[in-house]
Write a protein that binds this ligand. Structure first.
Ligand code: ZN
Length: 421
């Protein structure tokens, strides 16, 4: 059995990384973590069309082969040899990857360290292309617990709101894993009529358009592949290595509402402003959001977030708002008629990548921004600016606390100070 300490120290296979970022299962006594692949028997396939039970072992073998391990086991094997781990499995778990929590850390801490590792060490996410490592991450993230919707061509998975990163997870797929906006859809339960009327309290679901998924990412699971072949019209399919690729008709893109949801999320939760349809339309145009294809140019994939922060956060400097008159620190920009600010990343990484998350971006006056550049201002002045940012922007502090896994102010300030570029 692999230990948490080994997993975090060494390179993690992208598929396992993706599975854990998607969902971490914790044993009843917190001594073990697990990544789990669950799926259920479908009424769409008869026993003579596919031997459901016999397939399990082959599926587990395939996962081990793909991830170069022997750690994945079946539920049968778990029940025979690993019951002492004390998980509450309910029967639909088909492949289980158990991790010994030798560091005795919380699930949140484990998650945060996996997340930090993704940005600090995994160079594959810096490439714009949908490379094989990204595909494996997506397989771990989406397919392992995603199910084939047999009514509409979607790959759907339940979405759990147990950490502040939950909404960010869907954006992770888009912003760093080259999954286009228009194929991602979040079905917020609060917006579902059935939920509001207490008819069917389903979980919120994250859903991906199936035709894009099976054509670009493919499926590991032969059973899920068989369901698609049975239920949907397909043009063709083929296996490359262990992966089943399927070509099926393109879904008429009615446009993911993710972009709108995202704007609403930013504007209400972060900026306290409810957007009108006119505002959204204006933003779409300003941000170069192509209404025809519903796609944002890959090159400027994150420009919208930086722009949203620039547009919607109050015109005050997060570094010195209570200490200096703004007039003495910046000038009024001729084009916008607003004071000029620069957008600063609170946490920077050693590599090139910038974490454009709204909770990692702050507005600074040009004086503070210049001072805080690595090697420019005096260390104490730089630390003072960082401290002011954390005090004046609680959501930025919250994000950094999760990221560095500490709530201690001086530790946070030192960590951020060391990451300055
Ligand atoms: Zn300032």
């Amino acid at each position: 059995m692999i230990k948490v300490s080994e997993l975090l120290k060494n390179e993690i296979h992208p598929l396992i990384h993706g599975a854990l970022i998607s969902r971490i299962i914790v044993s009843n006594d917190d001594k073990y973590f697990a990544a789990v692949s669950s799926y259920q028997k479908s009424t769409k396939l008869d026993e003579d069309e596919f031997d459901f039970d016999l397939y399990t072992d082959k599926y587990v073998d395939t996962l081990n082969e793909l991830t170069n391990t022997k750690t994945w086991i079946s539920l049968d094997s778990y029940n025979r040899h690993f019951r002492f781990c004390n998980f509450s499995f309910r029967g639909k778990e088909k492949a289980i990857f158990i991790i010994d929590n030798d560091l005795n850390i919380s699930k949140d801490s484990f998650y945060n360290q996996l997340y930090a590792k993704l940005f600090n060490e995994c160079e594959y996410i810096q490439e714009d292309s949908l490379n094989e490592q990204k595909k494996n991450f997506i397989r771990g993230f989406c397919e392992l617990r995603g199910s084939i919707d047999t009514n509409r061509p979607l790959l759907a998975m339940d979405y759990f709101y147990d950490s502040i990163f939950e909404l960010g997870k869907a954006r992770l797929l888009n912003e760093y894993f080259s999954v286009p906006y228009y194929i991602i859809n979040i079905n917020f339960r609060d917006l579902q009529n059935d939920f509001v009327n207490s008819i069917n309290r389903r979980n919120t679901q994250l859903r991906l358009q199936l035709n894009w998924y099976v054509n670009n990412i493919g499926l590991i699971n032969d059973y899920k592949t068989k369901i698609i072949e049975k239920v949907y019209h397909i043009y063709g399919n083929g296996k490359i290595g262990a992966i089943n690729y399927i070509s099926m008709p393109t879904i008429e893109s009615r446009g993911s509402n993710l972009f709108i949801q995202r704007l609403s999320h930013f504007s209400t939760k972060i900026f306290g402003k409810v957007l009108s349809e006119k505002d959204i339309e204006k933003l779409r145009n300003e941000l170069g959001f192509n209404i025809e294809t519903q796609e944002i140019d890959v090159v400027k994939r994150n420009k919208d977030i930086v722009e949203l922060v620039r547009l919607f956060t109050p015109d005050v400097c997060a570094g010195c708002q209570n200490e200096f008159e703004l007039d003495n620190r910046t000038f009024v920009h001729r084009r916008t008629g607003r004071p000029y600010f620069e957008i600063h990343h609170n946490i920077s990484f050693a590599n090139k990548i910038e974490l454009d998350h709204e909770d990692n971006l702050v507005k600074l006056c040009p004086v503070c921004h210049t001072c805080i550049k690595s090697g420019v201002g005096m260390p104490n002045d730089q630390k003072h600016i960082i401290e002011n940012i954390l005090i004046s922007r609680p959501h930025v502090k919250d994000f950094a606390s999760h990221f560095f896994n500490t709530n201690q102010n001086h530790e946070l300030i030192n960590n951020i100070y060391r990451s300055l570029r």
